[in-house]
Design a protein around this ligand. Structure first.
Ligand SMILES: [Zn+2]
Length: 315
């Protein structure tokens, strides 16, 4: 799962200024694209004022502002959390490099480690250690798909947090990001999940151990469920880049996959896509590439599920 709520975790403090932040960030990104760095930085600073100073977004905006400052050659002070960044001046690029190093540190973040440990323990207790570890790794692979895609685009993200029984989520800054980009970030999780499931399938083919195909098909099913285009599921975010016709097309693809693989799970995807063809959140442009990508991931997952010797009925 992915929490696109950008500005605050669903579970903690909801941010009041979400709407205006979105607008400011979109404006700032337009300035950045036009290489108007000083103007972009000014808009980001307005956005910073609306954020809690300790939040990951604020942290990211501060380092982004430093980067823009270096690009524009201005030396205006930045209101930092404890004031030290304002005295940096020419050292600003160095700070940006140091801030990037924090990405490595983030890998060892406590919340991530603790939640991963609890997750493994719960599934170890339920189904044995091997399953607990394998299942946690596949969930992690899915989340890292999002994480890498977000980082690759230079956006702020935190390491995944695991919730036993529910899965995991990555908090990230979706400020001013286009619907296409959001959609691709949402699909990166299921795509990584498909790769993970495919690796397990190969291990099954090599070793003949049914454990591997069991793990592969269970993980593939969870990824299909995650692609139902509703709520905060990955599919719910991904479909926002598809226009009305493409949503119908996706529904049709899902019906065909349900029939071809005799897998009722895909009917849930079809129902969701059909429903979203009538919601009012249509994008300004169609996105054939995203529609094809979405469909291809679904087909790949269907293939893995169908390979399992004893197909488990959809839940
Ligand atoms: Zn996800």
């Amino acid at each position: 799962m992915l929490t696109p709520g950008a500005l605050a975790c669903n579970h903690c403090h909801a941010l009041v200024h979400a709407q205006s932040l979105e607008q400011l960030a979109a404006a700032a990104r337009i300035h950045e694209e036009r290489r108007e760095f000083t103007a972009a930085r000014e808009v980001w600073m307005k956005a910073l004022a609306l954020l809690p100073p300790e939040s990951a977004q604020a942290e990211w905006i501060r380092s982004n502002a430093l980067r823009l400052e270096a690009l524009s050659g201005t030396t205006t002070a930045i209101p930092a959390r404890n004031g030290w960044t304002s005295r940096l001046g020419p050292l600003a690029p160095l700070v940006v490099v140091l801030a990037k190093g924090k990405f490595l540190l983030a890998l060892f973040k406590l919340k991530f480690i603790l939640s991963l440990g609890v997750f493994v323990a719960v599934y170890w207790g339920l189904y044995g250690l091997r399953f607990g570890v394998g299942f946690a790794i596949l969930i992690l692979v899915h989340e890292m798909g999002h994480f890498i895609e977000i980082k690759r685009r230079g956006l702020p993200a935190e390491m995944p947090v695991f919730l036993p029984g529910l899965g995991a989520y990555v908090r990230w800054g979706a400020l001013g990001v286009s619907v296409q980009t959001r959609s691709l970030i949402s699909l990166a999780g299921p795509m990584a999940g498909l790769i993970g499931a495919a690796v397990c399938t190969l291990l099954w083919m090599k070793s003949g151990e049914t454990f591997w195909i069991g793990l592969a098909s269970l993980s593939a099913m969870l990824n299909v469920l995650n692609l139902i285009p509703v709520w905060v599921l990955d599919g719910g975010q991904a479909i926002t880049a598809l226009d009305k016709n493409e949503r119908f097309m996706l529904a049709a693809v899902a019906v065909i996959l349900a029939a071809y693989f005799a897998q009722p799970l895909f009917l849930l995807v079809a129902a969701g896509a059909g429903y979203r063809a009538f919601t009012k959140d249509l994008p300004s442009l169609p996105s054939h590439a995203t529609t094809a990508y979405y469909s291809a991931i679904l087909a790949g997952l269907g293939y893995v599920i169908a390979l399992a010797p004893v197909p488990v009925a959809g839940k």
